[in-house]
Structures are given as C-alpha cells and as structure tokens.
Design a binder for this molecule. Structure first.
Ligand SMILES: Cc1ncc(COP(=O)(O)O)c(C=O)c1O
Length: 490
C-alpha cells in the first residue's frame, strides 16, 4: 500500500514521512542540532551515541548502520523494553474500541477510575494503612513530586522546612529541584523555593538532630528515595527508612517516598519503601507506569492529607490538563496488569542477583577499571575508577569523573550495550534492563560488559583508547560556549 501524499506546504515534515522512516538518520540529527537541545545532542554525537535508534526486538535496538545493541538504558522508564507487544497489541484494540473521552478533566473516566483503584489495591496489599488513600495523576516524575510537596504543605500549613538527602534526585522543576541538592542543577536558578534542608543519605542520627534543632513543628516533610537512583544506586543502611518513618510519625512530619525510579518492580519489590519497613504518607510513582510508551505520573496520599489540599470547593486547588488522560491511563492500566500477572518485581529481584554477581566478578577481575559495583533488582551500578589518578582540585576532579563516565558509556556502546549515566553521580554508569528481558539476552548483556572490561582493563585506557581527534573535540566542546551546531562542527 503506498503512503498517503501529504498536502503540507513545502518545508514541513509530514507525520507519514516519520512513520515510514523517510526522514533518514543524518537528517534527524541535523534537525535536532538546529532546532532542539543542540548542545546535548552534539555531545552525544561526539561520543557516537546520538542515534536515532530503532527497535529490533523490545530489548535490542539498531543504529542506521544496522549495528544492534542490547538496551540497558531508558533511565528505568522502559520496564518492558521498546514497543513491547503486550502494549502494542493492546493499543490496537484501544484505538479500535475506545469510546471514552481523551482528556476527561471534568468528568469521571473509566480508564482513570480503573487505574486509581488498582494502584491503591496494590499498595494496600503491601501497606494496609493505605486502603483509603487516593491518587492524583500527572504526566511526569517531577510533577508527581510537585504534587507531593503541595499535599504536604497544605497538610501542615504552618511549617516552613522540607528535608531531603544528599545525592538525592527528585526532578528539575523548581519545587523538586529545590530538594535535589546538586549545585550543577540548582545554582543558576537561585533563589529556589525556600526552606530546603539537606541531610546525608542514610544518616538517621543526623536527620533526628536536624529535626530537633529546627523544631519538629516547623518541618513540613521529609522526602526520600528508598534507594537512590540518579545518585548512583545507593542503598541505605538497614533500619534507616523504618527509623525515619517512626521518628517522623511521632512528630507528625509528612513522609514522602519518592518511588519514581524504585517503584513497581525496578528494585525487586512493588514498593521499595514498604520492603524496607517504611509506611510513607505520600508515594510518588512515574517511570514504569507509562510502559516506556507514554507519560504517566502519580501522587498517592493518605485520605486525610488528600482532602486537606483537595477538599470541597478547594478540590481544584491543584490540577493539570493532561493527567488522567485516556491513552495514558489505558497504557498505565495495561502495564500494571502485565507487571502483576507476571510478578515482574520477583523476576527483577531474582535476575538482579544474577546481574550483580556478574558485575562483581567483572569488578574483581578489573579493579583498576571498576572501583565498585552495586545494585538491587534491575537497578545496577558500575562506579569507575577516575581516569586520572593524580589528586586534582575540585572542579577539575568533577570534570575527570564526568569524562570517565562519558567515555565508559561510549565504550560500552561500542561493545553492544546501551547504558545510563547517573544525573547526580558523575562516575557511575547504570544498567536498567527491561524487567522481562529474556534470560539469554540478559546473559549476553553481561558477557558484553565483561568484554568491554577486558578491552579496557584500566580506567586510564578509556582515555588512551579514545582517538586523539575525538579527545580534542570533546575537550573543545567542554570548554566552548553554546552556539549553533552542525554535524561537522568540531
Ligand atoms: C527518584 C526520582 N524522582 C523524580 C524524578 C524525576 O522524574 P522526571 O524525569 O519524569 O521528571 C526521577 C527521574 O529520574 C527520579 O529518579
């Protein structure tokens, strides 16, 4: 069947051109360099990881040259890989049969109702105190955190301070950014939302001391990732989360568990907070709920907290246009169903043990490349030795750390593995494979990681193994001011 001819004015790109792959990879990059987030794209292009990539199977992608790689990237938001049949098959049916409103802001809606109910029933199975909690949907992780912070403040209107943890990551809109203590992301935007306080992650005594010093009544909330994701996969010491919960409960401080990365199976449990003995008042979810295909965020709050912000005529005090839309909710509902029916959190825990063992073996064989590996479930981290061992001043050290991770990402890519950087941990590269990745693909993934380490057994090799022209271009890029980019820039 020939593709329909577009009647767009010349210079415009038709949706059919994109659908039928008529744009071409180099044209895609050219357009992005010109009209999009050019500097990011340019950096990725220099590293040879800019894509675009196409799906071969849900777990494997190929580039324009037909080179296939196993996808362990996706920042934990692709729980079933790319275009998983469970969702694509379902979406055909959805498009054929759905008759409910697309964006039912001011009416009840079946897809949203079903997902609300299933999420709370799932949560209450793990944490029975949440049986009458309620959900508010949105379209990203950071928006789910914004909602959580507003719920907490509305519940404790006379309080002023919010506590988060060092290396924590909660998003980049202003409220969540205020609680993401990373100068790289925060500094230029100061002053941020006032009242953010930071405590070292995992340090319960420091948390208690801070709360005592400030006064519990002045603290609105504590927001915590049950395992830090962007911070480089940091697992807190046993007793930290349960102790945090107990102490905050005693003082009426709202506890927000940010489960955007950990939740719904990534770390091997439905809710990592519950698995670690924390019964939070508010839970944020996002990434896996969208099945890797669309944007779904959710803020779940206990009934008394929910009604304080959204009670009676104030029920429009927090709202959005797209949250709860039919397509997003349908994908969310089907994704949750697939997770439940296949008990993917349990699979993640089990497979994660295998993956971590493989990484440990690689680290033991190549300790001059890998300083440390860690993880739980399918949230796995490799922390690299810095490429330059000499003591360096702060800024330069950070730059070396970052360059180490970038070159490691490049080399992994060349070895057939797509991995993630860590937004708040410069020399940590993470692997977040799909929770349903077949065992043979999973094993090949770790064979390839091991091959990469064999090729570059010492972190310095990441630098010496990089073509000098590329090193020079990367250095020039790091030192340059933003400008209009073209693919041939150097
Ligand atoms: C724990 C946590 N919270 C919040 C966010 C922000 O989510 P989003 O990027 O969808 O805004 C992330 C994203 O990585 C995250 O890991």
């Amino acid at each position: 069947m020939s593709a329909p001819v577009s009647t767009l004015p010349s210079g415009f790109i038709s949706a059919d051109d994109v659908l039928h792959d008529r744009l071409g990879a180099s044209e895609v990059r050219r357009l992005e360099l010109h009209y999009g987030n050019a500097e990011l794209l340019y950096g990725l292009e220099l590293l040879g990881v800019a894509g675009p990539f196409s799906r071969v199977t849900p777990w494997e992608l190929e580039d324009e040259n037909g080179v296939r790689r196993i996808n362990a990237s996706g920042y934990a938001a692709t729980p079933f890989g790319e275009m998983p049949p469970v969702l694509t098959d379902f979406l055909h049916g959805f498009l054929d049969h759905n008759r409910s409103m697309g964006l039912p802001q001011q009416s009840s809606a079946p897809w949203r109702a079903a997902l609300e109910a299933n999420l709370i029933r799932l949560l209450a199975r793990e944490l029975p105190s949440h049986a009458d909690s309620q959900v508010f949907f949105c379209s990203s992780g950071t928006e789910a955190v914004e909602g959580a912070l507003k719920f907490a403040k509305a519940f404790r209107p006379d309080s002023k301070f919010q506590i988060s943890f060092g290396s924590g990551y909660h998003g980049k809109t202003l409220g969540s950014l205020s609680l993401t203590p990373n100068p790289e992301y925060q500094d230029i935007f100061r002053p941020l939302v006032p009242g953010a306080l930071t405590v070292p992650y995992g340090d319960l005594d420091a948390l208690k001391a801070l709360i005592r010093r400030v006064g519990p009544d002045k603290i609105t909330c504590v927001i915590v990732e049950p395992i830090q994701g962007e911070g480089g996969v940091n697992i807190p010491p046993p007793g930290f989360l349960s102790g945090l919960g107990e102490y905050c409960r005693k003082h009426g401080i709202v506890v927000i568990a940010d489960e955007i990365q950990t939740g719904l199976g990534r770390t091997g449990h439905w809710f990592e907070s519950a698995a670690q003995g924390l019964d939070p008042d508010i839970i944020t979810l996002a990434k896996p709920l969208g099945g890797g295909m669309t944007a779904v965020g959710a803020t779940i709050a206990r009934h008394d907290i929910y009604k304080k912000m959204l009670g009676g005529l104030s029920s429009k005090r927090h709202s959005n246009t797209f949250g709860g839309g039919a397509l997003a909710m349908a994908v969310g509902l089907k994704s949750l169903e697939y997770l439940i029916e296949n008990d993917l959190p349990a699979r993640s825990l089990e497979l994660g043990r295998v993956g971590l063992e493989r990484l440990r073996a690689t680290q033991q064989n190549y300790p001059r490349l890998l300083e440390n590996v860690r993880g739980q479930g399918l949230l796995l981290a490799m922390q690299f030795q810095p490429m330059l061992g000499v003591p360096l001043p702060g800024v330069l050290k950070e730059l070396v750390f970052e360059a180490t991770a970038l070159l490691a990402l490049r080399e992994l890519h060349e070895s057939g593995v797509m991995a993630n950087l860590s937004l708040s941990s410069k020399r940590t590269v993470r692997l977040t494979p799909a929770l349903d990745m077949p065992r043979d693909v999973f094993d090949t993934l770790f064979d390839r990681v091991d091959d990469f380490a064999k090729r570059r057994p010492v972190s310095r090799d990441l630098l010496t193994g990089t073509p000098p022209v590329l090193t020079a271009r990367l250095a020039k890029f790091a030192a340059s001011k933003p400008k209009k980019r073209t693919p041939s820039d150097g």
